[in-house]
Design a protein. Structure first.
Length: 135
């Protein structure tokens, strides 16, 4: 009986429903509404994060397609995006480790099977070659 009373007290604190007998009806909405709202909020946050990621991917692809490319890219090969001092951007076969580029290194990328450019993360500042390069 003591355990049943403790459960009733906890139930009343969480839901505002007091059980005084077996015939008392419990409003099931009070039990589930907070969980349902938390579920929808979590899903909306996930969709917002996914939307932001898609937007960033679209901006990256626009940047690559707008860059000067003087070769025919091969699917799956790594390329390097640079920005010249005059503001124009170009895609290169040469990594920032292999030369002193004529401007700023922006990032590495590769094209997938549908032609979408995927950004490749590189930590060039920790590379010994970076310390010797003139960037």
């Amino acid at each position: 009986m003591k355990i049943k009373m403790e459960k009733q007290i906890i139930l009343k604190e969480k839901t505002g429903v007091e059980l005084t007998g077996l015939s008392k009806k419990i409003d099931w909405r009070k039990f589930t509404s907070a969980d349902v709202m938390a579920h929808f909020q979590s899903r909306l946050n996930d969709l917002q994060d996914e939307g932001n990621q898609i937007f960033q991917e679209a901006l990256w692809n626009e940047r690559i397609f707008s860059a000067q490319i003087s070769f025919t890219p091969t699917i799956g090969e790594k390329y390097y995006l640079y920005k010249r001092n005059n503001g124009t951007e170009f895609l290169s076969l040469i990594s920032p480790y292999e030369w002193s580029p004529p401007g700023e290194f922006i990032g590495a990328t590769k094209s997938n099977h549908i032609g979408k450019w995927e950004r490749i993360l590189m930590d060039i500042k920790s590379s010994p070659a970076f310390k010797n390069a003139k960037m």
